[in-house]
Design a protein around this ligand. Sequence first.
Ligand code: NAI
Length: 465
Amino acid sequence: MNIKNICCIGAGYVGGPTMAVVAQKCPHIKVTIVDINASRIAAWNNQDLSKLPVFEPGLDKIVGEARGRNLFFSTDIDQAIDEADMIFMSVNTPTKTYGKGKGMAADLKYIELCARQIARVSKSDKIVVEKSTLPVRTASAIKNILEHTGNGVKFQILSNPEFLAEGTAVQDLLNPDRVLIGGDTTDAGQKAIQALVDVYANWVPKERILTTNVWSSELSKLTANAFLAQRVSSINALSQLCEKSGADVHEVSKAIGMDSRIGSKFLKASVGFGGSCFQKDILNLVYIAKTYGLNEVADYWEQVILMNEHQKNRFSDNIVTTLYNTVSGKKITFLGWAFKKDTNDTRESPAIQVADNLLSERAHISVYDPKVVEERIYADLDYLNTRSSEENRALLQVSNDPYTASKASHAIAVLTEWDEFKTYDWQKIYDQMQKPAFVFDGRGILDTKALEKIGFVCYKIGSGS
Ligand code: NAI
C-alpha cells in the first residue's frame, strides 16, 4: 500500500515537529496537521516563523520549506480524516485528574474522542497510528471503537511511539536511534506495518526501523521513559550523598559513565527532571502494574518519582536554610523557567515547584527565561492553586533581561541549563546584588570557582568539596 495522504490529529510538541519532518522528507505525500485549538493552528500558519507555537532549534526552517507545498495546518478535522489513507493520533494523554486512577492513570478521553471522530467520518479503509504515548493494550480499545461503526470501513491500528526529546526534536527526528512500529501479526497487519516502514524509509536507514507486536511497542515507550527518568533519579540520589561526603557528583558521573556497560548519557545531576512525559508515563506504568496486582513492581518504579520530588524540595529548602533560615521579603532571581534548555515548554518544570515552595516562605521572585513568556509562568503557578492569582502576581515578577532580573537580589538560582547563562558578565551581576551574594546552581553549569573569586557564595548541586 502506497501512502499518499497523511492526517495527524494534534498539532502539539510531538505532532507539529514530527509531521513537519515527514512532509519535508516525503514531498510526494500530502501531510495535514489538524487540531481543535484554533489559535494553535493559526500560530503554525503564522508568516513570521519565529512565532510558531513550539520552539525547537531548526524547526522554523523545515516548516518554512514544506508549509504550503505538502504540509498544511488546519482546523477542519473531518475533511483531513476523510482524505487520509493514514491517520496519526498525536493528542495529549495527561495524568487523570478525576475518578478512578486519579493522579496516576493516563486520561484517554482525547484519544477516545479522536477514535470516535475517525469512526464517524471515515468512508474508506485507513491505517490508524498511535503516536501518543498510551498504556499497553490501548490498541484493543481503539479497535473496538473503530470496528463498531457498521459502515464496512476496515481499519488497521499501529503503534508508533515517538522517542524525540524536546530541545533536540528536529535532530532526533532526522536521525533517530530507532523507529518503532508495532502492529497485528495478521497479513493485513503486516501490510499496514510495511506501509509505515515505507514512509520512514524515505530518510531512516532500514536497520533502524524496528517492527514488533503492538503490545511490545506500546509498552516500550513507557519503559524507555521509566529507564531514562530512573537514571536521573539515581544520579540525583547520589548528588545528595556527594554533598555530605565531600565527593563531587560531576566527577562520580564521569567516572561511572566511562564504563561502557553504564554509558555517559543521562547522568547529569540536577534540581530534578521535568517535562510533560517522565512523571506521567511512570505514574501510568505504576498504575498499570497495580491493576495487574503487581505491587512490588509498582513500588519500585514509584520511587523514581518520589526521589524527584525530594530533589526539588531539598533545593528550595537549602536556599531557605542558607539565607539564614528566612527568605521572607528577600528577592531571589530565577535564571530559567523551562524544564530544559532549547525549548519553551514548561510542563512539570522543577522551577514551578521550587518557586511555589519559596513563595510559600514569602520570598519575592524575579524570573528571566530566554524563551518562556510571562503569561505561561503565571499560568503554571496559578494551576497549582496554592495561592490566589493576584498574590502570585504580587510576589513574582517576570523580566526580559537577566541584569534587570538580578538587580538588588539576595540570591540567584539556576533552574534551567540555558547556555547563555554561562556567558553573562557575572561581575556586573555581583556588583548590583545584595551582599553576601548567593548563587544556587541547580544544573551544575556555572564555573563556581570563578564566581567565588568575584565574591559570590556558591552552592552547586552534588558538589561536596
Ligand atoms: P500537546 O498538548 O503539546 O499537543 C496535543 C494537541 O492535541 C493539543 O494541541 C490539543 O489541542 C490537541 N487535541 C486534543 N484532543 C484533540 C482532538 N480530539 N482533536 C484534535 N486535536 C486534539 O502534547 P504533546 O507534548 O505533543 O504530546 C502528545 C502525545 O505525545 C502525548 O501522548 C505525549 O505523551 C506523547 N509524547 C510527547 C513527547 C514530548 O516530548 N512532548 C515525546 C514523545 C511522546
